[in-house]
Ligand binder design. Structure first.
Ligand SMILES: Cc1cc2nc3c(=O)[nH]c(=O)nc-3n(C[C@H](O)[C@H](O)[C@H](O)COP(=O)(O)OP(=O)(O)OC[C@H]3O[C@@H](n4cnc5c(N)ncnc54)[C@H](O)[C@@H]3O)c2cc1C
Ligand SMILES: NC(=O)c1ccc[n+]([C@@H]2O[C@H](COP(=O)([O-])OP(=O)(O)OC[C@H]3O[C@@H](n4cnc5c(N)ncnc54)[C@H](O)[C@@H]3O)[C@@H](O)[C@H]2O)c1
Length: 477
């Protein structure tokens, strides 16, 4: 063990969130060390957001082009899977994080490569690759930003069947001829979309009655219809009982269904949720449960401590890169303010030290075909929270801009209005190209823009954004 080195702030995990915390605390003049056991940039850069979107972009661009007469004839052929995978590799920097390490260096953050774990309050041990160990102490804060990993269900035969998780699904070097995807959440839907477009025959097995259960139910209906039209075999209300790959790590795999049937494939992806990467990081040395999600206040400080923060996936507030990076900006500001002994932090709603948007305005785009995009509360969430609301619905296909965007455009929009305050609590869109529409809704929801002022926000003709006008007209009668 080397002699203890003291920093103002020690960050565990250099995913997008840990990087952003370090950036903020350095910008505030605090000495900062970051510990990373794999690649700087984390899951998002190498096995999640970036590679998945690189796989999906050609699928969505082709689907869009196929809906435009005069162009569709030119894009009827298959995708060039080799070229798509090569672009994916390029987008993830061939899983090399040299550039990211240089960036940390350029902002004056000290990087320790190795596994980090707490050893009592404000103390972190780094177990490095060459069996070296470093002891780091933090004057002001330790930030846990160790992210999450895929969860596999406890099913007979699964452990020996070399299943794919999101890591293999985003980094595979060949297109399996047949792919079974288990799970109708975001990963399941996006990966079913991508691999079906790349040439796999996809079977999507969904335990519940629909996909994307956290969004308004009309979203999943559009997405299932389109997946089926694209050739995927989508089976709802279908559970998996066992998995069998007789060849061990090679050869076909059989997925045994709850009703006794089975599906044979070349690979099986389990997209069945996430667990926090908080096991083996010494939480027990500070009185917390090993392997647990970490409960935090709105400044992202772990409840019951004055020095430990948990930011990003580990706090389970919103498992999204942009939301974790937002939390990083809030937590970084709170750490700096507390270090400077600012007497009163701005922890009130929408204050500089309160991640209020986590509760009221989380945006998400699902890059399925059609895209799904939502921010804020769904109708059910708003009603559960006790708001007096009205849902305003509009057929996106009736908007002039949508008709120009794609022949036979199919989509839907819903706006949830708080009837007492006359502000928008949530918006959901499903349809081709709606992902880029979402930020307008996020501004309206986070800004709590009164409906009467939104009336003056004129959407350009002929864009799909004119759906805003239609929703407002429908609301105002
Ligand atoms: C397939 C897929 C697609 C996704 N697509 C999107 C998307 O399009 N948009 C979006 O917003 N979100 C997306 N997400 C979610 C997004 O990936 C996560 O929300 C995001 O990566 C969380 O960032 P993080 O920094 O908290 O954790 P991570 O990105 O998981 O980073 C944590 C880092 O900590 C390191 N670490 C862990 N334990 C230790 C330790 N003990 N010592 C040192 N280092 C450690 C890890 O190696 C890792 O580098 C997707 C997720 C998946 C699985
Ligand atoms: N575009 C994006 O923003 C994007 C893309 C991918 C992932 N993500 C984030 O990553 C996180 C993880 O996504 P995910 O899809 O892995 O998890 P998820 O929790 O969103 O979905 C998992 C699904 O698997 C089902 N499931 C769980 N156990 C099962 C079992 N034994 N058999 C069958 N089904 C089972 C669940 O009912 C659920 O619908 C999400 O929170 C999501 O926000 C975001």
């Amino acid at each position: 063990m080397t002699e203890a080195v003291e920093y103002d702030v020690v960050v565990l995990g250099a995913g997008p969130v840990g990087e952003n915390v370090a950036d903020r605390t350095r910008a505030a003049g605090l000495s900062t060390a970051v510990v990373e056991s794999e690649l700087i940039g984390g899951e998002c850069s190498y096995w999640a957001c970036v590679p998945s979107k690189a796989l999906l972009r050609p699928a969505l661009a082709r689907a869009d082009a196929r809906r435009v007469p005069g162009l569709s004839g030119a894009v009827q052929g298959p995708l060039d899977a080799k070229a798509v995978l090569a672009r994916r590799d390029e987008r993830v920097g061939d899983w090399d994080d040299t550039g990211q390490a240089e960036w940390l260096d350029s902002i004056g953050v000290r990087l320790y490569r190795g596994h980090g774990r707490l050893r009592g309050p404000r103390s972190v041990v780094v177990d490095g690759a060459e069996k070296e160990h470093h002891l780091l102490t933090a004057r002001h804060a330790v930030v846990v930003a160790t992210g999450s990993r895929a969860v596999l269900p406890d099913l007979p035969g699964l452990a020996g069947a070399r299943p794919w998780t999101s890591r293999e699904a985003t980094s595979a070097r060949e297109v399996p001829a047949r792919l079974v995807v288990v799970g109708g959440g975001v990963v399941g839907v996006e990966m079913a979309t991508a691999w079906q477009a790349l040439g796999s025959r996809v079977t999507l097995l969904v335990r519940d009655g629909g996909v994307l259960p956290r969004m308004e139910s009309f979203v999943g209906e559009h997405v299932v219809d389109a997946l089926r039209e694209a050739g995927a075999d989508v089976r709802l209300n279908t559970s998996v009982a066992a998995v069998d790959r007789p060849g061990g790590s090679t050869g076909p795999v059989t997925v045994v269904l709850g009703d006794g049937g089975s599906v044979e494939a070349d690979e099986v992806l389990f997209a069945t949720g996430r667990a926090p990467r908080t096991d083996g990081i010494g939480l027990d040395s500070v009185g917390l449960a090993d392997g647990s999600w970490l409960t935090v206040d709105d400044s992202c400080r772990v409840e019951g401590t004055d020095w430990l923060y948990a930011v990003g996936d580990v706090n389970h507030r919103a498992l999204l890169t942009h939301q974790g990076k937002y939390q990083a900006r809030i937590a970084g500001a709170a750490i700096a303010a507390r270090a400077q002994q600012v007497p009163l932090l701005e922890t009130d709603r929408w204050g500089a030290h309160s991640a209020t948007a986590d509760l009221a305005a989380v945006p998400q785009v699902v890059f399925s075909d059609p895209e799904a995009a939502a921010v804020g509360l769904s109708l059910a969430e708003a009603e559960r929270a006790g708001h007096r609301v009205r849902a305003v619905d509009y057929d996106l296909g009736s908007v002039a801009g949508a008709g120009l965007y794609a022949e036979g455009y199919r989509g839907h929009a819903r706006m949830i209005v708080d009837l007492d305050r006359e502000v928008v609590l949530g918006v959901t869109f499903v349809g081709p190209g709606v992902g880029e529409l979402l930020h307008s809704a996020t501004v309206a929801v986070a800004g709590e823009v009164p409906i009467e002022r939104l009336w003056h926000a004129v959407p350009a003709f002929p864009t799909i954004s004119e759906v805003w006008l239609r929703l407002l007209e429908a609301y105002r009668g």
